[in-house]
Design a protein around this ligand. Structure first.
Ligand code: AMO
Length: 437
């Protein structure tokens, strides 16, 4: 059987067909029964005349039908201008229940705000039946598709690197330990080392879209213990400015495509506007940013805090970017080396890297990498990481071109585009207190 999707129903007027979907609504009145059926693409009304003797069996079935059951209906689709839902109705000759729902739903799926978000997440598969939640992942799917599309158009190779790793990577902290037969393994906190290995293998341009694990015990609106990383790495760059240029192009392309397809829906459902960047994203050094924030908004931070961007600083950086450049994005560069990973290339002792802030939240860290073996070894040692990263250092012993890249959080990007929380922006949120469903 070939399922007919409801978005295509206009092609089937006056033909006998079979349709299937969830029963979203049942109205049982004196002379007639109305059902609203829903599939992933739309809705349609099914109308059953009670007075027609041939319908007796169906009428009885509908009397006992529960909403959110799934049914298969045979019949004919008719035009009917009086029907508010699409000006059409399906006149059935046979109804079959393919899956019966319990009469009582544990959450209110039509009014998502009728309960707390965490209660909804306990029943995520029902929660997602709500139009607002459902469309988040339709949009996210296209978002990553457009991003992939861009990467392929630039001749990048998509890679898949292991998430089970033998040594705690990057910094050693924030790593989940797992039992691996008779020894320990760790869940990858980034594909960083392996995307760079691919560069050392000669692939030149690679990317990966995959899970990233962080053992961070933080309950904020932007942190999760497992998220989807969009990781990019490419060779023969002249500086980390090339990496920023590339990311800017990727995001502009993606937002343009998303705007064309979804801006109306996003306005209607999430009350947000998808803004396509018109100009280059502003770039500012961290210390200059703090000077600007103090001058403009009287934002003062302790000198000791100025070596990193505070949460409030990120928010104000957005305000500054909007006020000065009418840009939702801003690149912040020149973080001090003790706040950046050992593998960032340094020039005059300053890491050649950046954070990208979008609507006041960090969505990316990027950098030119240190590809010179001796310098890299020295920088790893400086951070006390030489033993754990020995296998990684080997990648740079036998020739590796200059390269750079970035890691972008898909969940944060979704959250910011739609103006929702990180818990809503993930199909299944993972946090310190949530491992189910
Ligand atoms: P970083 O640790 O900054 O960099 O991570 C890159 C991006 O991933 C997202 N992100 C998170 N999203 C949700 N919850 C979290 N706990 C979380 N932590 C990070 C953010 C962040 O900007 N290897 C480097 C990237 C690189 O240099 O290529 C890295 O992992 O959007």
């Amino acid at each position: 059987m070939k399922k007919i999707y409801f978005k295509d129903l206009e092609n089937y007027f006056d033909k006998e067909i079979e349709i299937s979907g969830f029963v979203e609504n049942i109205r049982n009145i004196k002379w007639v029964q109305f059902l609203v059926l829903r599939d992933s693409t739309g809705k349609v009304q099914v109308t059953i005349e009670k007075s027609d003797e041939n319908n007796a069996e169906m009428v009885e079935l509908v009397n006992n039908l529960t909403i959110e059951s799934t049914i298969k209906v045979t019949g004919t689709l008719k035009k009917n201008e009086n029907v508010r839902l699409r000006g059409m109705e399906f006149i059935p000759t046979k109804i079959e229940v393919t899956s019966e729902s319990d009469a009582e739903l544990p959450i209110n799926i039509h009014d998502k705000d009728a309960q707390l978000l965490d209660q909804r997440l306990d029943y995520r598969w029902l929660d997602l039946r709500n139009e607002y939640n459902f469309n988040i992942f339709k949009i996210q799917s296209d978002m990553t598709r457009f991003m992939r599309e861009f990467m392929y158009s630039k001749d990048f190779t998509e890679i898949h690197t292991p998430k089970l790793i033998g040594a705690a990577s990057e910094s050693g902290s924030e790593v989940f330990e797992v039992k691996y037969f008779d020894r320990k393994a760790y869940l990858a906190q980034s594909p960083q080392f392996y995307k760079q290995m691919a560069i050392a293998s000669g692939y030149d341009k690679v990317f990966e879209v995959a899970p990233v694990f962080r053992a961070e015990n933080s309950n904020t609106s932007r942190h999760t213990t497992e998220f989807t990383g969009f990781d990019v790495e490419f060779a023969y760059i002249d500086s980390y400015q090339d990496v920023m240029d590339f990311e800017e192009e990727l995001l502009t392309y993606t937002l343009e495509k998303l705007h064309d397809k979804y801006n109306d829906l996003v306005k209607k459902l999430y009350n947000e506007e998808i803004v396509v960047p018109k100009n280059k994203f502003p770039r500012i050094k961290l210390s200059d940013l703090y000077d600007e924030l103090e001058k403009r908004y009287d934002y003062k931070v302790e000198e000791s805090e100025k070596n990193d961007l505070t949460t409030e600083g990120e928010k104000l950086a957005y305000r500054y970017a909007m006020d000065e450049f009418n840009s939702e994005f801003i690149f912040v560069t020149d973080f001090p080396k003790d706040k950046r990973a050992f593998y960032h290339m340094r020039k005059d002792d300053i890491p050649e890297g950046y954070d990208l802030i979008y609507k006041g939240v960090e969505i990316t860290t990027g950098a030119e990498r240190e590809h010179r073996y001796d310098v890299l070894v020295k920088q790893a040692k400086e951070k006390g990481l030489d033993k754990d990263v020995e296998f990684y250092l080997e990648f740079f012993k036998y020739g590796c071109p200059p390269h750079g890249g970035f890691g972008l959080g898909i969940d944060r990007l979704t959250m910011l585009i739609l103006g929702i929380s990180i818990k809503e922006a993930m199909l299944l949120f993972r946090g310190p207190n949530r491992l189910n469903p």
